[in-house]
Design a protein around this ligand. Structure first.
Ligand code: SAM
Length: 338
């Protein structure tokens, strides 16, 4: 039986050796996905987690409650594809009921968004990121393995109509795949209130992308500026790592997420909980601590809190991933949640 105690948790909260206070937890609630994006899903056999090895919702909620007592105030639900997991809406609602959690958001591929938008809203989620690497239907199928482009657009439109704000569109930029669409996405930001976020591709896991296909932010900016000057936007506390820009008169924004060309490790405030119940302290390092095992063996909240605080002390100063340099993380992004 788990001991849900009010026993004392580590006093200082989650502060690492470099004085970074960690207040943001990303929850990968499943390793399953309804797409097979070429740059994300492994090209070698990577077994799915057996059901018993996936954290149950009540276990995730317990970890989040402990994390909140340790200073986590912001949570993002991701996956795999979070919307494929049964019971996700009740889970999102329960998450919304956790006192002290100030910000809950969702990252999805958007395939199931249109049919579920009311329930997501009802669960109290207003901020959403949709991954969409192309505006071309045929290319979408080539990248993801499925003809779901129209479904995703329906989802994005219904999110807009339902009043979600902001709606961020995540575009991983890959040479030879979608670099020719930078201007099309930029034009979309002129007409529609989307936040288009260009993300540098991170070579991790094993898949069919070639490291030479990495295309970094300076080149992205150079291409975008052919459309006109980009005005920088002042960042606010909820911005995360994106550099924000806008074209004059645009309805939306452009964001650049540059884990390679200008990494943001110095003020990284993130932890990740995998679907298998491991706490990862850096996306691009294999350092992780098992929370599921101790929890299922009866660890108290204080024990779990201590494990979390100790894991945080192993957070690296910065990741070693550089331009044209693979990282040693073999777990695919689909297993960690991005
Ligand atoms: N299924 C959801 C989705 O598609 O948004 C959530 C999980 S997905 C792993 C989270 C994000 O990671 C997506 O925006 C995806 O494009 C991004 N991603 C996956 N592999 C990546 C890589 N190697 N480099 C950069 N971003 C990556």
């Amino acid at each position: 039986m788990p001991v849900e105690s009010t026993m004392e948790l580590p006093g200082k909260g989650l502060i690492d050796r470099f004085n970074r206070r960690l207040n943001y937890l990303r929850l990968s609630i499943t390793d399953r996905c309804n797409l097979r994006c070429t740059y994300c899903v492994p090209d070698v056999f990577f077994p799915k987690l057996p059901h018993a090895e996936i954290l149950r919702y009540e276990e995730i909620l317990r970890i989040v409650k402990i994390a909140v007592r340790l200073g986590i105030s912001k949570v993002r639900v991701t996956g795999g594809e979070p919307l494929v997991r049964k019971g996700v809406y009740a889970f999102l609602k329960a998450l919304g009921g956790i006192e002290g959690l100030e910000d809950i958001s969702l990252t999805t591929n958007g395939v199931l968004l249109a049919e579920k938008i009311e329930r997501i809203l009802d669960a109290g989620i207003h901020r959403i990121n949709v991954s969409l690497d192309t505006l071309n239907r045929n290319k979408y199928e080539k990248i993801t393995g499925f003809d779901r482009f129209d479904a995703v657009w329906r989802g994005i439109r219904s999110a807009l109509e339902a009043g979600f704000y902001p709606i961020k569109l995540n575009v991983v930029v890959i040479r030879g795949l979608n670099e020719d669409e930078l201007i099309d996405f930029a034009r979309l930001s002129m007409k529609e209130p989307f936040f288009i976020r260009f993300i540098e591709y991170m070579p991790m896991g094993t898949h069919c992308m070639n490291i030479r296909q990495q295309l970094l932010a300076p080149e992205i900016l150079h291409t975008l500026e052919k459309m006109g000057p980009l005005e920088p936007i002042l960042r606010n506390k909820n911005d995360g790592p994106a550099e924000r820009y806008r074209f004059a008169g645009a309805a939306g924004e452009i964001g650049l997420i540059r884990p390679i060309s200008h990494h943001f490790c110095h003020d990284c405030n993130r932890l990740r909980l995998t679907a298998s119940g491991r706490l990862r302290v850096c996306l691009l390092s294999s350092v992780q601590e098992d929370l599921k095992g101790p929890m299922r063996s009866g660890a108290s909240d204080a024990d779990i809190g201590r494990i979390m605080a100790q894991a945080v002390l192993r957070k690296p100063h910065e990741h070693g991933l550089g331009c044209m340099k693979n990282c040693d993380v073999l777990d695919p992004m689909s297993a960690i949640g991005g």
